[in-house]
Design a protein around this ligand. Structure first.
Ligand code: GLC
Length: 720
């Protein structure tokens, strides 16, 4: 009897008054019409359910403090989903057949740099300066993710960060707003493709909106002092770029933004995001962020928190269920309007329609090999190679290794997890090609390679063994770095130096008198002031993913010419933080305003990265063009090896009534140049796009006067 009644309800619910099929069921109808029709059929309770994301499954993430749920109602809007395709389809079938309206569940998860096939972390991706390659990586990531039962990923993270003590600097694309925007945009395009209604694309989610990277003292979840001016000129540009690229969703941040938490900040969530940036997509809270308004002292109860967040513009609540508990009551007493509810539900439904979930709610499980395919592994290796940065080279590299003995020493030489980093999704250690194996393969026919650990990440283990091996060797490859868990969420550190035991291992190995290449695997800029003088060469590999070993080996052997450039400044020491290239000028120069005890210069600047060849810049010129100006420069490879050069163009407005940073990146391109070859590079300068500057209300201003355009060691001037 019950099933008959349910069927009847379903039938009534999905037919229009005239008995025809309901518009929302009609895949040929415009999405707007389907949303409007479905909304008109929903009860308040059904609407509220769509604004909730429950946690299903357990991924062992120590920061996910909310208990996961077993009792999943078929009317739930979304799941933070940890599970198999079979599990997804079981839950989805209940939603499609047991709920009155048959609204599919939206399955989301943190797939950040790979579902199972982990690629280079975002901070490393940015150092490749290769947007096309990064887009291809996200395309592969989206395909393995969607075909594994996840429709929506909480990626890309585009928080500008100036403080390496903040562990989440690893998750974004560095310190520059323009580069964050370019890389975030290609991530969005790679993830979403031309349509979301495919089995190879997923919905993106920009995060963490907004200003999270300004966390005081580099401490996660902490207060952020971000003036309106800085909000517009530093933290919002990546969001504007990614919204323009078609991002479908946004995640509100944990931080307290100048006294009003980002998750209930009406100015940023409504006035800026909806009115100024024109974002029409769904906004979800960060994990448990709604009730955390109590911790920040914004309110003392969840009911007020739920009202504040929804009214400010957070459509869906991630896992904390205050919307579930209080929204009906808040609507009934008028604190939250039905229009607010309908607007939020409409954005959830629109995303589900665009994903094609009503027509294809289930995931096939007959795809064959999804992970670690040859194309994906080739992409992972290429991206790893192009993102590795040669920080120092006294001439030791590439290694002359015929008949040589190579000692591989250090905690990272045979460690897997430190190569795939944090937020590794379903990544597995056994998938990772270890650095030791990559180098042993690369030099197998000409050298002997041996290994000793020397120390683990935090403790000396067997320094004697390491020193004996160093004495045996002709050259030492010392692999140091961070544990995966040391960066990412809740990964704040008081110093960006490596643990002392790792520096001591270098000192010990150096006493052997042999040349040492230091290889670094880490998720943040490091303090290398004690390491740099002892190393003959230093290579930053970041956390290169499952296939970084052959890339590193290729750089050591010279098979690959290193081409990565830093997307984040490496301070000389932690005490210099915050330090970043696009700072504003001081009121005094010379020795005034400089540290009295250490240098005031970084160890390695934004854009730094060495090659095995040399490039010269010449014949820089600028001509008036239709829309603005065309700047041009010739770049010549004056060395003996072919290589990729990353050409960076900066603008400077030396005098402006809103003082500008010393210089600002506005264009770049990565070009391949053969020995002796010269290539011409262009930067089309559009005044409003490239020379204007936002004021504290986001209004672009362009004051007449002198502008410098700099590229390589050349500078060009224009007057407007
Ligand atoms: C976490 C992170 C966010 C992540 C979300 C789901 O706390 O802040 O980046 O996407 O919650 O895990």
């Amino acid at each position: 009897m019950k099933s008959i009644l349910l069927t009847l309800c379903l039938l009534v619910a999905t037919l229009g008054a005239d008995g025809a099929e309901a518009v929302y069921k009609d895949s040929a109808a415009p999405v707007e019409s389907r949303v409007r029709d479905l909304l008109s059929r929903m009860t308040l309770e059904e609407k509220i359910m769509q604004l909730n994301q429950y946690y299903y499954g357990d991924d062992g993430n120590a920061n996910n403090l909310v208990e996961y749920r077993h009792d999943i109602p078929p009317t739930i809007g979304s799941l933070y989903f940890v599970g198999s395709v079979q599990e997804r389809n079981r839950l989805q079938r209940r939603a499609m057949t047991e709920s009155r309206l048959g609204i599919p569940i939206l399955f989301g998860y943190d797939i950040i740099h790979g579902y199972r096939t982990n690629f280079q972390i975002a901070l490393g991706q940015a150092c490749s300066w290769n947007p096309a390659l990064v887009e291809r990586m996200y395309h592969y990531m989206a395909r393995e993710t969607r075909r594994s039962g996840v429709d929506w990923v909480f990626t890309p993270m585009i928080d500008v960060a100036h403080d390496g003590r903040w562990g989440r600097i690893s998750e974004g694309y560095g310190e520059d707003p323009y580069l964050q925007g370019v890389m975030g945009s290609v991530a969005v395009r790679g993830l979403q493709g031309q349509s979301l209604a495919t089995d190879s694309t997923v919905a993106s989610c920009l995060k963490h909106y907004v200003g999270y990277g300004a966390s005081e003292a580099g401490r996660d979840y902490f207060y952020t002092e971000v003036s309106r001016q800085t909000l517009w000129d530093t933290y919002l540009p990546p969001y504007k770029a990614c919204i323009d690229a078609g991002a479908t969703a946004m995640m509100s941040a944990f931080n307290n933004l100048c006294g009003i938490p980002a998750t209930c900040n009406t100015y940023t969530l409504h006035t800026v995001l909806r009115d100024s940036l024109g974002f029409r997509g769904l906004v979800i809270s960060d994990w448990d962020a709604v009730p955390q308004l109590k911790n920040m002292g914004y309110t003392d109860n969840d009911r007020t928190a739920a009202a504040a967040c929804l009214n400010a513009g957070v459509d869906m609540e991630m896992v904390s269920a205050t919307y579930m508990r209080y929204l009906a009551d808040l609507v009934n007493d008028g604190t939250v309007s039905m229009q607010t509810i309908d607007d939020a539900v409409a954005r959830v439904l629109e995303l589900k329609f665009r994903l094609g979930l009503f027509e294809n709610p289930y995931t096939r499980n007959d795809y064959g090999q999804l992970y670690l395919t040859p194309n994906m592994m080739e992409c992972a290796s290429q991206l790893a190679a192009q993102s590795m940065v040669l920080l120092k080279n006294d001439g030791l590299l590439p290694l002359d290794t015929v008949g040589k003995k190579i000692a591989m020493i250090g905690p990272v030489a045979k460690d897997a997890r430190s190569l795939i980093g944090n937020w590794a999704g379903y990544g597995r250690d056994e998938d990772v090609d270890l650095l030791y194996h990559g180098i042993a393969r690369e030099f197998s026919n000409r050298s002997e390679v041996r290994y000793a650990q020397g120390c683990d990440f935090t403790e000396t283990t067997n320094e004697t063994e390491a020193m004996e091996l160093a004495r045996w060797a002709d050259v030492v490859v010392l692999c140091l770095g961070e544990k995966a868990a040391w960066s990412g969420e809740n990964g704040s550190r008081s110093t960006i130096a490596l643990p002392r035991c790792q520096e001591q291992l270098l000192e010990a190995v150096k006493r052997s008198g042999k040349p040492v290449v230091v290889v670094l695997a880490n998720g943040r800029p490091l303090e290398l002031c004690r390491i740099e003088p002892l190393a003959d060469a230093i290579i930053e590999v970041w956390q290169p993913g499952v296939n970084g070993a052959s890339a590193l080996a290729g750089i050591l052997s010279g098979r690959i010419n290193p081409s990565g450039k830093l997307a984040v400044t490496f301070p000389y020491s932690t005490g210099q933080i915050p330090i970043y290239y696009n700072r504003r000028k001081a009121s005094r120069g010379g020795n005034q305003g400089r540290y009295q005890d250490i240098t005031s210069n970084p160890l390695y600047s934004f854009g730094h990265g060495l090659s095995y060849t040399e490039y010269t810049y010449s014949n820089a010129r600028i001509e008036q063009a239709d829309q603005g100006w065309m700047a041009t420069v010739n770049v010549t490879n004056t060395g003996q090896r072919a290589g990729d050069e990353v050409v960076l163009w900066f603008v400077s407005d030396p005098f402006c009534t809103i003082t500008r940073p010393e210089r600002e990146l506005r264009h770049f391109e990565r070009i391949h140049i053969n020995p002796g070859e010269t290539k011409t590079c262009h930067f089309e300068i559009l005044p409003l796009r490239d020379l204007a500057f936002p004021d504290e209300n986001g209004k672009l201003i362009l004051e007449p006067g002198l502008f410098h355009i700099s590229v390589g060691d050349k500078m060009l001037d224009i007057n407007i």
